[in-house]
Design a protein around this ligand. Sequence first.
Ligand code: ATP
Ligand code: MG
Length: 582
Amino acid sequence: MTDELRKNFIEQIIDKDLETGKCTPPIHTRFPPEPNGYIHIGHAKSICLNYGLAVKYNGRFNLRFDDTNPTKEDQEYVDSIKNDVDWLGANYKENLFFASDYFQQMYDYAIQLIKKGLAYVDSQSAEQISENRGKAIKVDGKTITPAGTDSSYRNRSIDENIELFEKMKNGEFKDGEHVLRAKIDMAHPNLNLRDPIMYRISHEKHHNTGNDWCIYPMYDWAHGIEDSLEGITHSICTLEFANHRPLYDWFLDALEINHPQQIEFAKLNITYTVLSKRNLLTMVEEGIVNGWDDPRLPTIMGLRRRGFSAESIRNFCSRIGVAKTESTVDIQLLEHCLREDLNKTSNRILGVIEPLKVIIENYPEDMDVDWLDGINNPEDESAGSRKIPFTRELYIEKSDFMEEPPKKFFRLAPGREVRLRYAFFITCNEVVKDGNGEIVELRCSYDPASRGGNSPDGRKVKGTLHWVSATHSIKSEIRIYNRLFTAKIPGKETGNWKDDLNPESLKILKNCYIEPFIKKAKHSERYQLERIGYFCVDPDSTNECPILNQTVTLKDSWKKKNSSPSTNKEKQKKRNRDNAKS
Ligand code: ATP
Ligand code: MG
């Protein structure tokens, strides 16, 4: 495929704009979060898209806070969003902006519109405004929008409008007493153009401008001006703004200022996940999760605490591409991108999450610890190796032993020999049980000649198990996270996403043992516990009690489903299938 064909639809628009001279380089994009919550992986898609375009076209990228609503916004959100954008790798340091810095300019522009007879102060109540705007109704299966009703204040004189608007600005009215509206068309088929509100009164303190202002611009009025003032060339937003575009254009045309182009793309949805900030806030406020950085949440903070790398999120965003129609991405693709990166970058360690004691009976009781070599990362030679202590008493995973193993169980069983990773071959001689018949200990013997896990005489074993020393490992806590929802599309069947919450989304295991190396691990470091999964050191972790969050298991269902056939037989089968189709 040529590079041209591989370009997404936004790149094709940009190419054309550059070719026809509609836009002169550099192209300029922006990410415009409202600081009213923490950003999530949907926002990451927007960041990667906008920043990625700026990099690709040697253009510019702004981080701009769309902070026009003091009732919901907070400095705390500004700080965290900056941190998250930075972590994702989008460089905005020279290009950080706040919509609130343009309040004076926006006000001056509003006065211009009033003077042109294109805006007026309305004194109807919010309910009256909404009622008189009208709404879409269905008649014979068709949606129609009967004309709205003009406000009785619509024909106020320019002078009266200016006087009232100045008084609104000077704090002479209470919240809700008046609004400023654009004078467009109360019969317009697009409801957004039925005299939209430009300003409302709010006496709330603003995180940036304090009490300087008590009138605040509405999104549609503010956004185009922000884009225009910053010289944005391509204002990329999600599909729900498509029917706001005529208004975006109307305001910029009316002001006769630099006119960026709004382009809409489909927002990201992921299976088993809820993304809207409002619902995430509900989960935090109702204690469904433990805060905004709960590792089960799709917030950037949550994903980070869970152990996601920025690289894996960027890869995911680039693989899903951009489209013009809504779809839902399989969460397994996100997990696949994560594994792909963690496999390359994380060191391996040994740990046992559900321990079963093993005594090596023929290991001399007075013998000291035997320090064995473990490879840190088979994917990265430069990661080197470390020493792992082998002792007479060990732990293996409970699930790696069966007293009466079925046919395909190749792990430990009575009389059977297996390999302990990096260590020795051991054979199970005796099973010790407590009064309830629970297995509490295995008595085994080892073959000293198999040190390093190598077969001494060519004899083969089918299973290789992970293990730790019972006396020289560190007792740790492991938090296992499962999907937060049991339904593919939460709320789709039940009507309420809360009814699809998974009651088993968090399991805390407090009796886990990890090799001593874990003591040196720092917060946020990522490891693979061999044969179990990828883990990340939680910020609550201490030297005395390390805490690991399970990032993702090892089993890659997405890869399995989507991998290309590997054997010749499979390849032939696929060829036959393809031939049959064509
Ligand atoms: P939410 O819908 O989660 O409440 P929002 O759209 O209100 O988020 P904003 O801070 O207004 O959040 O969004 C900043 C930018 O991120 C906007 O350009 C918006 O279109 C984009 N964005 C938000 N959610 C997604 C998503 N799921 N996929 C892609 N882009 C998104
Ligand atoms: Mg929003």
